[in-house]
Design a protein around this ligand. Structure first.
Ligand SMILES: [Zn+2]
Length: 57
């Protein structure tokens, strides 16, 4: 549960925008295909999927 709570506070670009932090873009810097949300970063990003595949997850 604590791990999940910390993930919600992870400084993704979408979370930073939600906290009114000025950022140049909310797009994912790895793939530039979608907004950098928690879900995108860990499950949907094409780069993340390649990394998970390489480490066998
Ligand atoms: Zn991405």
């Amino acid at each position: 549960m604590a791990w999940i709570c910390n993930l919600v506070r992870l400084a993704t670009r979408v979370n930073l925008r939600r906290m009114n932090v000025e950022i140049s873009s909310v797009m994912c810097p790895f793939c530039d295909e979608c907004e950098e949300s928690l879900d995108h970063l860990f499950t949907a990003c094409s780069v993340a999927i390649r990394v998970w595949t390489c480490i066998g997850v």
